[in-house]
Design a protein around this ligand. Structure first.
Ligand SMILES: NC(=O)c1ccc[n+]([C@@H]2O[C@H](COP(=O)([O-])OP(=O)(O)OC[C@H]3O[C@@H](n4cnc5c(N)ncnc54)[C@H](OP(=O)(O)O)[C@@H]3O)[C@@H](O)[C@H]2O)c1
Length: 350
């Protein structure tokens, strides 16, 4: 049995989702994967970093988080004010990074990831900031230290797209990607197609917990841009900046435009796309990157992806078009993406 110690940075929705899965799937992990995974460290903003070498009591930890009590009251833990101090003192086999996404400078996640990779830990992350702004730098750092950096759950949560492309479609040439990568805007556009105004649909999305109080990152397309940057780096090996992606959100979409699309058997969707313009020579590779609302014909599988569902169509030279549809957010759905990445790290770390 291989024993793996994990520390989680960020113990909110996603960090707790992974902890719950590690607890509930303990037998499966042992029997099917020969893995004894120990959650040894956890950090959040309020409590700093707590660590117990022989493992934290996950139900007790989830209870503390649910009651918003300090994690430091967990019995038998050592405590540091910050994750960075705690990491330096403890180390573990894998750091799971699930602090908030920051698309300005990727902090605090990027510092957590750099520190963990530099001290020889694998990193698995759901945080979009580091992947969107510095994927190539971080992958180079991982290679330098002989460890893995995986980020399946940054795009479409636990629905496997990155591993499906990189591992499942190994050897194929990917020509283009087109996807619905933001659940909030898809929910709003679906409600508008059913007759609601933008304002009512947005308020409904906020009531349902699908949209933030400040919905800018979603409705102006910034979140979809971040995922587009991650896909550009991971699938095409091309490092784009946010300004390289032509971006248009959904705030200017009118009910009239939505109705007109329906009359033409089309649906307006916020589509993120990456098209390879030339790939004869690797150095000449260029990508066209866009996030914009498009009226898609109903013959396009993306046109029928509704509510908070996400989807990605992958165009390759060997498979033509493959479309993957699935959840793009959620406590357990995102935790699943992290769990799959943790298992992948364990499998390759012989
Ligand atoms: N939610 C989803 O469905 C989903 C899907 C895909 C990707 N993601 C990404 O996953 C990440 C986590 O999302 P979430 O929904 O779990 O967010 P969340 O519920 O807001 O949780 C964020 C956690 O990070 C902690 N934190 C903030 N700053 C920290 C720091 N400097 N050091 C240590 N911990 C810190 C917070 O501490 P406190 O608890 O003390 O505030 C909180 O526990 C984000 O980057 C998000 O974009 C989320």
């Amino acid at each position: 049995m291989k024993r793996l110690r994990i520390s989680i940075a960020g113990f909110g929705t996603v960090g707790q989702g992974l902890a719950e899965l590690l607890y509930n799937r303990c037998d499966l992990l042992q029997q099917e994967y020969n893995l004894d995974i120990i959650l040894a460290g956890v950090a959040n903003a309020r409590s700093g970093f707590i660590y117990r070498e022989d493992g934290l009591d996950i139900p007790a930890l989830l209870q503390l988080a649910a009651e918003r009590r300090p994690l430091t009251v967990h019995p038998g833990v050592t405590h540091w004010e910050s994750l960075l101090e705690g990491l330096r003192a403890t180390g573990a086999d894998i750091l799971v990074e699930a602090t908030p996404t920051n698309l300005h400078n990727a902090e605090p996640g990027i510092s957590h990831i750099r520190a963990a990779l530099s001290q020889g830990m694998h990193v698995v992350t759901a945080n979009k900031g580091p992947g969107a702004l510095a994927a190539n730098e971080l992958f180079a750092l991982a290679r330098q230290h002989g460890v893995q950096l995986r980020m399946e759950s940054t795009v479409m949560a636990g629905t496997p797209v990155i591993s499906a492309i990189r591992e499942g479609m190994a050897g194929a040439n990917v020509r283009a990607l087109r996807g619905i990568l933001n659940g909030t805007t898809n929910y709003i556009l679906t409600a508008m197609a059913a007759g609601q105004s933008y304002a009512v649909a947005l308020a409904d999305a906020q009531d349902q917990g699908y949209a933030e109080t400040d919905p800018t990152a979603d409705v102006e397309g910034h979140d979809a841009v971040a995922k587009t940057l991650i896909l550009a780096a991971l699938v095409f090996g091309i490092s784009l900046k946010p300004g390289d992606v032509v971006r248009q959100g959904i705030t200017a979409i009118t009910q009239q435009q939505v109705e007109q699309a329906i009359e033409q058997d089309k649906r307006i969707k916020l589509v993120a796309s990456l098209h390879l313009l030339a790939d004869d020579e690797r150095k000449d590779k260029a990508l066209e990157a866009r996030v914009a609302p498009i009226a898609l014909p109903l013959s396009d599988p993306l046109a029928r992806v509704d509510r908070v569902m996400n989807a990605l169509t992958i165009s390759t030279d060997t498979l033509s078009d493959v479309t993957i549809i699935g959840p793009g957010a959620g406590r357990i759905a995102t935790g699943q993406g992290l769990l799959a990445d943790v298992i992948a790290c364990a499998r390759e770390q012989v």
